[in-house]
Design a protein around this ligand. Structure first.
Ligand code: HXC
Length: 293
């Protein structure tokens, strides 16, 4: 049986030939999966991450598995000088950079009244200011060098609904979404596109250990929460990311694509809770409620 299409490569080989893409938080999780796929499509890859040993190990593994070129750079996106050094290292190795994925994130669940000031700052510094730091450094470089380029930001669906228990992340991700829309308008003239993905549940060690403790498994039962009744596969997110970054999406800018199996709409729709009503209960309800002819 061939693999289902959503777990297969979507774009043509060579889509990213001659391009260099930098992914923040590229050592693990979704950042790593996106990088792996871009390499397969011909990109030179630069991955940034806070932990030197993780980033170096991932860079070596990805290069070996793909036969492609990967540079791992220790980079905390909260530090503008780290970001500038990562960009300089990427340009030094590959000649130029054409894409950026603002993937690095920090998050944990916590009642807001239990948060310290520093807890809020930490998440906002990584997610919002980190994405801004990278966008600013790379944008200045692209404008100065007149290089057409593409930025992909990672937001979430609760950037527009909001969500309790992850308030710093919700605030920061909403900022990332608005930065996307704002800059799409401002930087279109420089041929810099900027788009956003809003992923639902795509399990990773980093996120799940902080957001989905096993004690709360029942609360997050995908069968009940997600219309398509499953978690996302990394390849389907990588397909979307690669498409938005690539020239196939040359006329798309400032948009956000949700990839969540219908999760946020299930939570939002007034009557979606009726999912729990059985066929037998519907028979009784309709017998009682339907007007008699
Ligand atoms: C309350 C907490 C906390 C928790 C940390 N803090 N964890 N407060 N509950 N669970 C507080 C600390 O007490 C401290 O405040 C402040 O936050 C900073 O914590 P540090 O551990 O010193 O910070 P740091 O080492 O920089 O770590 C950053 C981090 C950590 C965000 C706290 O979780 C991390 O490194 N995360 C990276 C990976 C990650 O989070 N991935 C998930 C992304 S998923 P005080 O006042 O004590 O100094 C995502 C989208 C989800 O974003 C979408 C799902 C559908």
């Amino acid at each position: 049986m061939p693999a289902p299409l959503h777990t297969s490569s979507m774009l043509k080989e060579g889509t990213f030939d001659g391009q260099t893409v930098v992914i923040t938080g590229g050592g693990t999780g979704l950042g790593r999966s996106m990088g792996e796929y871009l390499l397969k499509l011909g990109a030179n890859l630069v991955i940034g991450g806070r932990r030197q040993e993780v980033i170096e190990a991932t860079a070596a593994e990805l290069a070996q598995a793909s036969g492609g070129q990967v540079l791992g750079v220790q980079c905390d996106v909260r530090q503008p000088e780290h970001v500038e050094a990562m960009l300089a290292a990427a340009v030094k190795k590959f000649g130029r950079v054409t894409g950026l994925v603002n993937n690095a994130a920090g998050n944990f669940i916590c009642p807001t009244e239990r948060l310290s000031y520093n807890a809020f700052n930490t998440v906002v510094d990584i997610v919002l200011k980190g994405s801004y730091n990278c966008t600013l450094a790379f944008g200045k470089y692209w404008i100065k060098e007149k290089i057409p380029a593409s930025i992909l930001n990672i937001s979430t669906t609760y950037a527009w609904t909001g969500s309790g228990y992850v308030v710093p992340s919700a605030v920061a991700k909403a900022g990332v979404l608005i930065m996307t829309r704002s800059l799409a308008s401002e930087w279109g003239k420089y041929r810099i596109r900027i788009n956003c993905i809003a992923p639902g549940p795509f399990p990773t060690e980093g996120a799940w250990s902080r957001l989905m403790p096993p004690q709360l498994e029942e609360t997050f039962d995908v069968k009940k929460k997600i219309p398509l009744q499953r978690n996302g596969e990394h390849q389907e997110l990588a397909n979307l990311a690669a498409y938005l970054l690539s020239d196939y999406a040359a006329y798309i800018t400032g948009d956000v694509i949700t990839i969540d199996g219908g999760e946020w709409l299930r939570g939002a729709g007034e009557f979606n809770g009726l999912e729990q009503v059985t066929h037998e209960e519907w028979d009784l309800l309709q017998a009682a409620m339907k007007p008699k002819k």
